[in-house]
Design a protein. Sequence first.
Length: 758
Amino acid sequence: MESATTAARSILTNLHEVMASRANAQAKLNQVVDIIGENLDSEVCSIYLLREGMLELFATRGLEQSAVHVTRLAIGEGLVGTIAKNVEMLNLAEAAAHPDFLYRPETGEEKFHSFAGVPIVRRERAVGALVVQHVEPRRYADVEIEALQTVAMVLAELISNADLIDEHDSLSASPHFVDPQQLSGLPLVKGLAAGHAVFHQPRINIEHVVAENTEAERQRVYLAFDKMREQIDKMASQAEFGVGGEHEAVLETYKMFAYDEGWARRINEAIDSGLTAEAAIERVQQRTRMRMRQIDDPLLAERMHDLEDLSNRLLRMVSGQVGTAATMGLRGDAILIARNLGPAELLEYDRRRLKGVILEEGSLTAHVVIVARAMGVPVLGRVHGLRGYVREGDEILLDAQQGIANVRPGPAVIEAFESRSAKNRERQATYAGLRDVEPRTKDGERVSIYINAGLRDDVPTLNMTGADGIGLFRTEFQFLVSATLPQRDRQTRLYRDVLDAAGDKPVVFRTVDIGGDKSLPYLRGDDDGQDDENPAMGWRALRLALEREGLMKAQARSLLEAAAGRTLYVMFPMVSEPWEFDAAKAVFEGQMEFLRSRRKMLPEQIRYGAMLEVPALAEVLDVLAPKISFLSIGTNDLTQFLFAADRSNPKLAERYDWLSPSIMRFIRRVLRNLDGHDIAVTVCGEMGGRRLEALALIGLGIRRLSITPASVGPLKEMVCKIDTREITAAMDRWLADPVPDLRGSLIAWAEERGIEWE
Ligand code: PEP
Ligand code: MG
């Protein structure tokens, strides 16, 4: 290794002068081949660069000079074309014995037997090749290949600074990155989107490759390693990725790589050879990438992504570019690519520029998906190996209805997508036309359809959809988008704006549901619930709010002031026992007293409600019922607790069906237990926004749904086509003696009646 470093170092020292000189680009390339040739003692050194899709001999020492700018090879043609096509080095004792060998008489290369070539890579794409040749047949030593690869990095910088290549005129690493690809996944937020890939954590472009001061570069890497390790340890304790299942495995791998001494040592050696910290990290990563590519093992490929992630993280630390794509001038048609995201991270994106999201993980009720739904951004999740097929800037047609994403689509796919988009627009227009239609069933039952919201920007959809009101305003979204705890006046302003915009329509404000997968950076500490092993079942929502009394009081006061002179609907999340409801209500009543004593204007009336998300509450509804005006069934949490299946665990995302007899019977029992009480019951979980699930809920007796705004039109359309007596009878029948496939039975039922259910 020592000599690899020395060889590369002496070349780099000489190249440094060339790079800094004022010579023109061609003269520089001529000097480069001389320097490499001399230092590696090679009889031939040549540089091929990509021009107009062909690899052209740009400079050589040892081959015929008359071949320069004359010899041109297509991608995949000859040894040079093969190196560029595969982005892989070749090391051959006898070049002519290789099946891809192609003899070009004008070069005069017949006397040279051995051949070693490495790709020149820019932004992960081959833009040329650097080749050495010898008369004597021999395989090149690893140290020589290493030196060539390091020099190829410097060349990549030189040719890009000198505009010697067209950045768009480059090749991709493998057919995975060149050919059109159709990826499939789980539609998490339905919709269509066309745009270009943007990585949530963008790759860093390395500006300088050759170091001025090796010691300084070493220090920069040490510091970056420290920071990165700290960040990974923190991630493990704060569950940035959520907890459980795959996340933990990922974090374990991250930790293993972050503390891997071998990795750090190899970066150090690359610095010794004269590279900057950034270039050294990239150099080591390139080498690993090439080695891994030779191993065809999906598990290893997965681990490779982890190391890529980490290497990228280290690059960002060292270069000081630590933001995500959200803060780096997002393009106007971004299709965001990530392993997973937190809801707060997604909220950082400009919703006008963000057209779609594709995740390797994700589940239907993870809060990031709920946020995306609120933002009206289609999401495709569970796309395995996603980052192995997509590159920054690739064109993508996302069909999160059918569950596919077409990367680098061909003309036929584009045409089909456009026709689907046109149909989609037509359908949207039909739904928009239902704005003023009352959702009433064929037998005259009025079904109330409310929307779920959480941001100021969501409120206009209330009028656009003609929904009956806001059935769930997730107040914690404001907390998630803030860098600090929102002060009372900011809260009041938001609530007042929402009420003003809603006009006569009711708005149900849910008090903050922080915790679980909605963690707040500024609320962290020993007491923020983030150390819980199971945050979704931990210190969150009302449990946290009741103990952080200051937070709850501030929110209560803000809501009361905002609703002065009007009706305030307030709802408490995660009520597990009736006393929690009493305690929360008491905070509001206390604030009322305070405002009254100050002679402030009060709400005309307050209606208190509870969310039913914890199954235990269902057993004491008789105790709770006299205290509340309304109950909202939060099926996202309720089902995760009923099934003991973490709602954000991607491995369980497809395991349990909302249309299962257990959930259906549970909800029906809740309704029956509330018979005779004057309590409005709503379902506000994500399932209510899906037509088939809504159909089943109506069959159980639910008459109020609070759903994502995009589902209002489709639901209105369906409601108008059903007869509640019929669906109630069918549900009773199916639940009395559960059919094996309730979903299938509902589909058949809907289709027999010409009711669209998708
Ligand atoms: C629910 O749990 O169903 C719900 C509506 O609340 P959230 O999704 O915000 O937890
Ligand atoms: Mg909930």
